[in-house]
Design a protein around this ligand. Structure first.
Ligand code: AMP
Length: 571
């Protein structure tokens, strides 16, 4: 894969801060680097520094090394061998990073699994990946019990929320979760071993780290991609290390190794926080404060107020919800260096509100699972709202229409080439060939424009384009205008069939608490800001919107609902 040999040895502050449209800056080579070598270096360098915090418990880097070594020894003793797949099914709790680094240190491939999966989704992912082991929070073990018989999973480790807390807190919290809140539905998994038993057994074994190579697959990261069927993107150690070092090249100048406090509200099992929080701050020796349930905005704001945090990552909907909370503006932001938005378009109104409340920029980046994930991001200085900044160092980008490169300023599909681009989809050569060219270009399925200054604007997903009487409407643009209305908390936009215009624009709107807005008022608001064919014809006010695991509004769910409703009406 192009560029693998250009992994850097140290921050690239001396390089151009701009990746530039053609990826003009390069990162230097660090042959042989893997996530395991990065882990080992950081555990030596930052041994006494805090690495993770959750539910009042802090793990230092030395704890992380010791505990993950025990679990790695246990996994190897089960007979698991290099490249075997181990699924991790947990929200943001301390056991996640321990299990993650245990699996990687044992030379295994991690299959990140959304704990909210239904049995159907879990069955598909376990069968497709061929996982033979799973580490799972017991709250979700009943879902596994339903499907395990159809899969190759032979080894199950169950953990309770407070398993890494000291006594008596461990007993109290686990009792509360199981017996008072009834958050652990009964399950029947006779083969399951408890987390603490596995660690105790691991402590009696010698752990010898097997050789791990840069081109070993570190993750099968499942994604719907552009076609919808979940497929495992094969992300190698080299891919992930490259992306960490590319991010460090752009943002590293503002970080102080061993001193940063990073708020991590999005799940670590999603590739955004996996790279930008977990792995980048592994390398930087930072503390990740894990937020287990960011949907509880009041609890989240309460937690935030206790930290002098320097970095926070999130998606647009999460920032909108935080800014709408009455106590958010009272938090001390004096240590904040960088707020980072990614995963979906950041609405300019949210970026503006963030700046006025925190006094800092909310910088936007862009990526996708298939690129480990980051392709482009804004620099800490000179961030431009409405853009995703520049291509990362060692990243080439090309904007194309029917395979032909377009000029600067013209919208077309974004193609990407660089050391962070996946090896392909697991056991799906046809789907791989559809998105990855032989010379290493990844077709993102996203429409983008590169401005003459080099800043990149993501217009939208190609497949979400709405065709109104032959005119193109990008839902992102409509959503960003609707979101400017002061009464709107969040919104989603889709195209619906229309007898006259082919498709028409329909928006779904959630209002801020206590706010009032009529369809006519919203349409009037849009009329002043959008050309007529882009103005929503249909408005649906709702209490909430369907969202992905990280809080992206799920347009495909809105489309499905709409199809069902239309089908029912026709019947
Ligand atoms: P995933 O692979 O689930 O992380 O989703 C990646 C997709 O999210 C990309 O292909 C884009 O469609 C979208 N995306 C990510 N970042 C942005 C952004 N800053 N603006 C607009 N869309 C984004």
């Amino acid at each position: 894969m192009a560029g693998d040999e250009r992994i850097p040895a140290k921050p690239e502050a001396e390089q151009s801060p701009r990746g530039g449209p053609a990826g003009s800056a390069r990162i230097a080579a660090e042959p042989g680097a893997t996530l395991v070598s990065v882990f080992e270096t950081s555990c030596r360098r930052f041994a006494d520094r805090p690495a993770y915090h959750n539910l009042g418990v802090t793990l230092r880097f030395s704890d992380l090394e010791r505990l993950s070594g025990r679990l790695a020894a246990y996994l190897l003793d089960l007979g698991l061998a290099r490249g075997d797949r181990v699924a991790l099914m947990m929200p943001n709790v301390l056991q996640y990073p321990v299990a993650l680094f245990a699996a990687l240190r044992a030379g295994l491939t991690v299959v990140n699994t959304n704990p909210l999966y239904t049995p159907r989704e879990l069955r598909h992912q376990l069968i497709d990946s061929g996982a033979t082991a799973i580490v799972i929070l017991e709250n979700f073990a009943h879902v596994l019990a339903e499907v395990i018989g159809d899969t190759s999973v032979r080894h199950v480790i169950t953990t309770a929320v407070a398993d890494l807390a000291p006594l008596p807190k461990r007993t109290a919290v686990n009792f509360l979760v199981r017996r008072i809140k009834h958050m652990v539905p009964p399950f029947d998994l006779p083969q399951a071993v408890r987390w603490r038993q596995a660690l105790e057994r691991g402590a009696t074994l010698d752990f010898e780290s097997p050789p791990v190579r840069p081109d070993d697959i570190a993750f099968l990261q499942y994604t719907g991609g552009t076609t919808g069927t979940p497929k495992g993107a094969m992300l190698t150690h080299a891919n992930m290390v490259a992306n960490v070092l590319q991010m460090r090249a752009v943002w590293g100048g503002v970080f102080e190794p061993g001193r940063e406090v990073v708020i991590t509200p999005l799940p670590l099992y999603h590739v955004f926080c996996l790279t930008c929080n977990c792995l980048l701050f592994l390398e930087q020796g930072g503390l990740n404060v894990l937020i287990t349930n960011p949907r509880d905005i009041a609890g989240f704001v309460h937690d935030l107020a206790r930290w002098r945090f320097s970095l926070i990552t999130g998606v647009n909907t999460l920032y909108a919800a935080l800014l709408a909370h009455p106590r958010f503006s009272r938090i001390d932001f004096s240590h904040l260096k960088l707020g980072v938005a990614g995963g979906a378009a950041l609405h300019p109104r949210i970026a503006g509100e963030w700046r006025s409340v925190t006094g800092r920029e909310l910088v936007e980046g862009y990526g996708l699972t298939e690129a480990s994930p980051v392709v482009a991001c804004n620099p800490p200085e000179g961030s431009r709202v409405g853009t995703v900044g520049f291509a990362l160092p060692s990243t080439e980008i090309s904007v194309r229409e029917s395979g032909l490169e377009l000029s600067v300023g013209e919208p077309g599909e974004l193609w990407v080439r660089g050391p962070q681009v996946m090896r392909g989809y697991w056991q799906r050569p046809q789907e791989t060939a559809a998105v990855l060219s032989e010379d290493g270009w990844l077709r993102t399925g996203d429409v983008a424009v590169v401005e003459p200054s080099g800043y990149i604007r993501i217009v939208d997903r190609k497949k979400d384009l709405i065709n109104v009487s032959g005119f193109k409407v990008f839902p992102n643009e409509v959503e960003s205008v609707v979101a400017e209305h002061p009464a709107v908390l969040e919104c989603g936009c889709i195209g619906v069939p229309d007898a006259r215009t082919g498709q028409a624009v329909r928006v779904y709107v959630v209002l801020r608490p206590g706010a009032a807005l009529s369809t006519e008022e919203l349409i009037e608001f849009c009329r002043a800001r959008l050309t007529p064919y882009k103005i929503p014809r249909q408005v649906d006010f709702r209490a909430s919107l369907p969202k992905s695991q990280i809080g992206k509004v799920l347009r495909r769910e809105l489309e499905r609902e709409q199809r069902e409703r239309a089908g029912a009406a026709a019947a």
